[in-house]
Ligand binder design. Sequence first.
Ligand code: PSU
Ligand code: MN
Length: 308
Amino acid sequence: MSKPWDKYLDVLPEVRQALDQGKAVVALESTIISHGMPYPDNLDCAANCEKIVRDHGAVPATIAILEGRVKIGVTRTELEYLARAKNVVKCSRRDLAAVLALGQDGATTVAATMILADRAGIRFFATGGVGGVHRGAENSMDISADLTELQTTGVCVVSAGVKSILDIGRTLEYLETLGVPVVAFGQNRFPAFYTPDSGFDAPLRMDTAAAVARMLKVKWDFALHGGAVIGNPISVEYAVPPERINVAIEEALRRADTNKITGKEITPFLLDTVKELTGGESLEANKRLVYSNAALAADIAAAFAALG
Ligand code: PSU
Ligand code: MN
């Protein structure tokens, strides 16, 4: 049965077929391409993610908006465009309708990618890190719309935890209030993006993709709508040593403050500044952790599909 949003979606044939046949599909976001990494690392990372999802038995669907059309899956040409273009709007929930109505290009955040994945019938999604409660949010009120999206939209988000540029303790508290399951994969601690240990215990621990898939099956069978955060720790060989990353983050936060960077600009600014301050080490870590998340999301999607 057709839905009112179907007319805005262009679903790649391969993705359409996989969805119709109940096969595993993994959504990938595009803010990380247009605003999270420089060219050509962004293109390299996005293309490798698609390959890794395939190698793990699922079909990748990179989600973005091009000239007001929602792309559920992009072609190589479209991916290259997203990686190079300068005027792609960072698009979260509040921006979606305007970007579509105005016929603009939009790179979708975790929140917006979740919405579009959900409308297309995709339940699993891999990213780098979810947005969260920013440090100093008690004054700035800067809390990512990713968190409230997780409360309502039924998509499982596999991330490397919450970036340590954020207030991780408050982010976990907020997710508890919203009723979002937060799982550390294979360890007790919730991971912190560039490093495997945030210093906070995760509320849940699971050790297999099948266990995560079973939890989501029960959650959604029970009409407990909304998503889940799976925190997949970066492997130690690719992690940035905590001393180094923390110094860089403190300095990046100072520069953001001095330059009065706020709102949607702050996360891209911090990522770029941390990259510069670590001599590119944080970018390499970012790519590696996304690859690991793409693999795990595909494993979970495949395990979920096998539940029937
Ligand atoms: N993960 C990365 N790099 C990124 C992001 C995630 O490795 O750039 C993006 C996601 O799109 C996420 C966004 O939704 O950062 C958070 O932005 P904000 O803090 O403005 O909500
Ligand atoms: Mn914000």
